[in-house]
Design a protein around this ligand. Sequence first.
Ligand SMILES: CC(C)(COP(=O)(O)OP(=O)(O)OC[C@H]1O[C@@H](n2cnc3c(N)ncnc32)[C@H](O)[C@@H]1OP(=O)(O)O)[C@@H](O)C(=O)NCCC(=O)NCCS
Length: 198
Amino acid sequence: MILRGYDDFTKDVTLVSYSELVENIDLKNTYLKWLNDPSVVAPIMSEDLAVENKTMSFVDDSFKRFTSENCQGFFINFNRDDVFIGTIKLDSINQSNKSAEIGLMIGDRSYWGNKIGEKAVLVILKYAFENLLLNRCYGGTDESNGRMQNLFIKTGFVFEGKVREGVYFDGKYSDNYRYSILKKDYFHDKESRSVQRS
Ligand SMILES: CC(C)(COP(=O)(O)OP(=O)(O)OC[C@H]1O[C@@H](n2cnc3c(N)ncnc32)[C@H](O)[C@@H]1OP(=O)(O)O)[C@@H](O)C(=O)NCCC(=O)NCCS
């Protein structure tokens, strides 16, 4: 599956599902490089991701997970340079509650701070609310991850609160900040964005 940017702002990004890229060995090597870059994975605060010198079996496991029934993963292509620069996913897709968790990683650090994360989130939200017909997308990030906190807010998520000392990582506890966006927020924001443009 391929999800394209849908307006002037998001047209720079295309999301290509993991299932389309299973045979792409070059991309898998690039993905492994991102996963072994401590400055990329450390802000995610996950013990699994923090393991050093991950091998291709880690990548293969990710491909299995992000092509499974309740999880849809995509690689982010930055169209201006025609290069894959990161991943975004809808995880724990729950058909009863109509909800899913968003996760994002721009693996190539040289692309941080160019609003590509913002564009990728807007594209996946369109898919989540307009195609999968979900009602709620949510996510969390560490108290120290100002970039991701900022990104949640600028894409229309609402801060729900802190899971106090919810994470124990690298020898210390930290708070996890939780955010969500509902279908009604999404359609309201979409309308205001189109009014601002016209
Ligand atoms: C977090 C991440 C996805 C952000 O992607 P990105 O493409 O750089 O994000 P954007 O450029 O769209 O937005 C980042 C915003 O944070 C702001 N920012 C940068 N550093 C910041 C800081 N220390 N504190 C607060 N905001 C900060 C930027 O100015 C930008 O806002 P602006 O567009 O209003 O100027 C990317 O840095 C990344 O993949 N990091 C490593 C993995 C990770 O942390 N993933 C999230 C785990 S929950």
